[in-house]
Write a protein that binds this ligand. Structure first.
Ligand code: GNR
Ligand code: NI
Length: 171
């Protein structure tokens, strides 16, 4: 297994849409193993292909926490249905040190293939529903900061320039 480099905004790969996975072969299985390792090492509760510069429709999620890990590997994930509104603080491994509340659906029904190619349908709410929406956005080249109001996006840009500058100084 290997740790992958997580791309950060404004890396252009994060704005591209990812292609469906036609066949779950050894290459896909190795990618998934490396994404899982990278997500846990970060640490994060999710990771999508484009964040590691792989423009394929694969996401890994674990909203279970250290005590009770609940790994989900979702290939070609789709949101079939959604309902309600939630407004929770989000962060992103590709947008370090910036957090903001984002409007999402509070309930989703999703469909995906697991690592064995079985089609899974599941309904969920809470953090897991937010995570599915956040990760599937990555597959469309969308980041949570793209969902902020234009006023908040302006504030984000100013703050983020400073965050990046500070990180440069630390290198
Ligand atoms: O680690 C992560 N935490 C998080 C918190 C609230 C809403 C979404 C997330 S996903 C994020 C990891 C990540 O960037 N996935 O793409
Ligand atoms: Ni993210």
């Amino acid at each position: 297994m290997a740790l992958l480099q997580i791309r950060r905004y404004p890396d252009p790969v994060l704005a591209k849409s990812a292609a469906p996975i036609a066949e779950i072969d050894d290459e896909v299985r190795t990618l998934v193993d490396n994404m899982v390792e990278t997500m846990y090492a970060a640490p994060g509760v999710g990771l999508a292909g484009p964040q590691v510069a792989v423009l394929r429709r694969v996401v890994v999620i674990d909203c279970g926490g250290e005590e009770d890990p609940q790994l989900i590997v979702a290939i070609n994930p789709e949101i079939l249905d959604r309902d309600g509104e939630s407004y929770e603080e989000e962060g992103c491994l590709s947008v370090p040190e910036y957090y903001a509340k984002v409007k999402r659906s509070s309930w989703v029904r999703v469909r995906y293939q697991n690592i064995d190619g079985q089609v899974i349908e599941m309904e969920t709410g809470g953090l897991l529903a937010v995570c599915f929406q956040h990760e599937i956005d990555h597959l469309e080249g969308k980041l949570f900061v793209d969902r902020l109001s234009s006023l908040k996006k302006g504030i984000f840009r100013k703050k983020y320039i400073k965050i990046l500058e500070q990180q440069q100084e630390q290198l």
